[in-house]
Design a protein around this ligand. Structure first.
Ligand code: SF4
Ligand code: MG
Length: 321
């Protein structure tokens, strides 16, 4: 089938930010991806790798400096801004429900807002009914719709954020670290909710997380980002059991869950911290930390090459024989 969402060669640079010390932060430097109807694409990477910036471009909240995002073949960024029907069909769930939910609004008003903006309820009674339906869908009691966000737990607040994202019946939801701010015990419940919603509603998800363990059970495909670029992207089975890129191997070998760590492989320690996105290393951006690096890696940037749908940006990618 055709992708529902497609990103081609996305670039985004920020100037004058807190981290930049006068330089330009190259947050995203040439990312391509396709999202197919009804799939979950997990995207992982360390903080500062550009995943939030990518998320914001994928929903049209941020305009790329270069490149294009399309929804069912139609460009997001037109002269008049992102077309209303595309905004309706592509929604976002944010990392921290405490800052993304207005504390002065009731849960009813928060979830009803997109219904009002997109004129999806003919009157206030229909709106109330729809809000009740959405809250039930995410496992919250509609009886509590007159309450305020602070009266809910962190996990419940994130469910409110999910109900709001579902209100417009989106085809795509981009979730930027939706469980990172939650306790470990609550994370699994919210991840399971996403998996269930996807099965019942058929919505396609981009699920961003900072480690591979979180997205493992919900993702059909997984992308691994490093310093503003995609290092590897493939089916979850391939990325977890036959990773092609040294960075993915290192992340897996360091996984806190022993079952996730590659069997029979030694733990790979990465040298140093990620370099600054103000001045990414030349050649392969990972070469300053890669145990497989050669002279060529510091000079020639590897292409993001595909073998049977499994992409990796490495001169020495491990491919099945
Ligand atoms: Fe490591 Fe070289 Fe591959 Fe980059 S291109 S990941 S430095 S082996
Ligand atoms: Mg982030």
């Amino acid at each position: 089938s055709e992708p529902v969402l497609r990103a081609v060669n996305l670039h985004k640079t920020y100037r004058g930010g807190l981290l930049s010390r006068g330089g330009a932060v190259r947050a995203v430097s040439g990312v391509d991806l396709d999202l197919y109807p009804g799939e979950t694409l997990g995207i992982v990477g360390e903080s500062g790798c550009g995943k939030s910036t990518l998320a914001r471009m994928l929903v049209g909240l941020e305009r790329p400096d270069e490149g294009e995002v399309t929804f069912r073949g139609r460009p997001f960024f037109t002269r008049g801004g992102v077309p209303r029907d595309i905004r309706r069909r592509v929604q976002m769930v944010f990392q921290d429900p405490l800052t993304s939910l207005n504390p002065r609004m009731t849960v009813h008003d928060i979830v009803a807002e997109p219904l009002r903006v997109h004129r999806l309820a003919p009157n206030s009674r229909a709106m109330r009914e729809r809000v009740a339906e959405l809250l039930t869908l995410v496992g919250l009691s509609p009886d509590r719709m007159s309450r305020f966000p602070h009266e809910f737990s962190g996990g419940q607040r994130q469910r409110i954020g999910i109900a709001r994202a579902l209100a417009t019946e989106p085809d795509v939801i981009v979730c930027d670290e939706p469980v990172s701010a939650l306790d470990m015990s609550v994370q699994a419940q919210v991840v399971n909710l996403f998996a269930e919603l996807q099965r019942t509603l058929g919505v396609a998800l981009v699920f961003i997380a900072h480690d591979l363990a979180v997205v493992r059970h919900v993702s059909h495909r997984v992308g691994v980002m490093y310093l503003g670029r995609m290092a590897e992207l493939g089916t979850a089975a391939e990325v977890y059991s036959a990773p092609a890129h040294p960075y993915t191997m290192a992340l897996l070998s360091a996984a806190p869950v022993p079952k996730l760590a590659l069997r029979g492989r030694k733990r790979i320690m990465l040298a140093g911290d990620p370099p600054s996105p103000v001045a990414p290393p030349p050649g392969c951006r990972f070469h300053t930390r890669c145990w497989k690096a050669t002279d060529r890696c510091g000079q020639v940037e590897p292409a993001f090459e595909e073998v049977d749908g499994h992409f990796a940006a490495c001169h020495y990618a491990e491919r099945p024989a």
